[in-house]
Design a protein around this ligand. Structure first.
Ligand code: GUN
Ligand code: ZN
Length: 429
């Protein structure tokens, strides 16, 4: 048995969603799982094989959850924000994703993706790979090797395209079944497959229905995009005239359930929100991407008020950073812009985005029984934060409270302030 003890200031969210700030706590971890969290521990209270006492001014927080990231698009970070979504997909995204027909290229990029996102503090990620099964399995193997908790989707697209970046319905289904078997063979408790129809413009109703059935048959998560861009929505409603809304298209395919993760959801109407709530779906807010591609200002408060589970996504490479800290900051900025435009609107706070990035994200991925906070029984997925690293963006020149230090991290910190990262108790940075 391997027992670890972490002692120092701790900030996390309790199971009721309230921010908890502990000046001095001890977290006991056994074989990667949290056994207890106690306040004001005394020396010698518990014994452990490994004891990590945080230095003054360091603090522990739960690992970040990236609810929507395209691993295949990682090389394009920072490129191509001159276009809106549909033109951006054609000009920059599909040409890059086609390259993953080459497994060597996948190996090269996916190792970098997993290493980089772990460095950024992402302990759990929900990935889109590309159409290619072999390359998608390489992503899963890299995640298992370097120790990131994740859901990985081989992307499905059966709408014919001139550039050949598409598959037949039969190929799509056969490959997806094989992909699920391949992931099972990796035999990692950290890595799971997720059914990934790209969006309603890339798949027809037959394929989406078959994928919906597969998700039910195998009790798998589902992810796709929804209501991101006005031209996209118009194209969806034109293509699927017989359905009353974008959400109704996915519902007709049987894709909506309590393990369905929908990225963006900026322009959803009230009836759609009610449907998604009934089906217990989650929305992943992708504020950097929504701004870079000028898709819109997503009102997260409205989504939460309607009872939807909401998490945060970097949406690399629609978003310009693979760091969830940047997504937290972008979420606040978008919310502030909504407040400027709508007097009386109360914007998201640092506490709100901290919740979205941790326990809220875990709940959105239906993984809050495993991760998201430091409740006993969960996996120890954690970050050690140090705001005073000499290479970092901040200097500790005066004393701040722990809550103020959380604000400084959210508003002004970066990955240099994330000095240690743990997934299931294993140090991965
Ligand atoms: N909609 C369909 N595919 C994509 C994608 O790759 N990125 C984003 N942001 N939206 C999409
Ligand atoms: Zn996306």
């Amino acid at each position: 048995m391997n027992r670890q003890l972490f002692v120092g200031p701790v900030i996390h969210t309790d199971d009721e969603g309230q921010l908890v700030v502990l000046q001095r706590a001890a977290i006991l971890v056994e074989n990667g799982k949290i056994i207890s969290i106690s306040e004001n521990p005394q020396p010698g209270d518990v014994s452990a094989d490994y004891v990590r006492v945080l230095s003054v001014r360091q603090f522990l927080i739960p690992g970040f959850i990236d609810g929507h990231i395209h691993a295949a698009q990682f090389p394009n970070l920072g490129v191509g924000y001159d276009k809106h979504l549909l033109d951006w997909l054609e000009a920059y995204t599909f040409p890059l994703e086609k390259k993953y027909a080459d497994a060597g290229f996948a190996e090269h990029v996916y190792e970098a993706v997993i290493k980089r996102t772990l460095t950024m503090g992402t302990t759990t990620a929900c990935y889109f790979a590309s159409l290619h099964r072999e390359s998608s399995v390489i992503l899963a193997k890299q995640a298992a090797k370097f120790g990131q908790r994740c859901l990985i989707g081989k992307v499905n697209m059966n709408q014919t395209r001139k550039d050949g970046y598409c598959e037949t319905t039969e190929e799509s289904i056969t490959c997806t079944r094989k992909f699920i078997e391949d992931i099972a063979k990796i035999n990692s408790s950290l890595v799971k497959p997720i059914i990934t129809p790209r969006f309603a413009l890339s798949c027809d109703m037959e394929l989406m229905t078959k994928l919906g059935n597969m998700a039910k048959e195998k009790d798998l998560h589902v992810q796709t995009h929804i209501s991101e861009n006005l031209d996209e929505i118009e194209a969806v409603t034109t293509t699927y005239r017989e359905y009353p809304s974008y959400s109704a298209v996915y519902d007709a395919a049987g894709l909506l359930g309590s393990k369905t993760i929908l990225a963006h959801g900026i322009h959803l109407g009230d009836t759609e929100l009610a449907l998604l709530k009934t089906r217990e779906c989650s929305i992943i807010h992708c504020p950097s991407s929504n701004t870079c591609l000028r898709s819109g200002l997503c009102d997260v408060k409205r989504l939460k008020d309607r009872g939807l589970k909401v998490g945060l996504g970097t949406d690399v490479a629609g978003g310009d950073s693979s760091c969830i800290l940047a997504a937290m900051r972008a979420a606040i900025q978008v919310s502030n812009h909504l407040a400027i435009l709508n007097p009386g609107y109360s914007p998201l706070t640092h506490k709100d985005v901290f919740h979205l990035a941790t326990l809220g994200g875990a709940a959105a991925l239906a993984m809050d029984d495993e991760t998201g906070n430091f409740s006993p029984g969960k996996q120890f997925d954690a970050l050690v934060i140090d705001l005073n690293v000499s290479s970092g963006p901040l200097d500790d020149l005066v004393e701040y409270s722990l809550d103020e230090n959380l604000q400084r991290l959210v508003y002004s910190g970066d990955d240099r302030n994330i000095v240690e990262v743990y997934v299931a108790g294993k140090r991965v940075k």
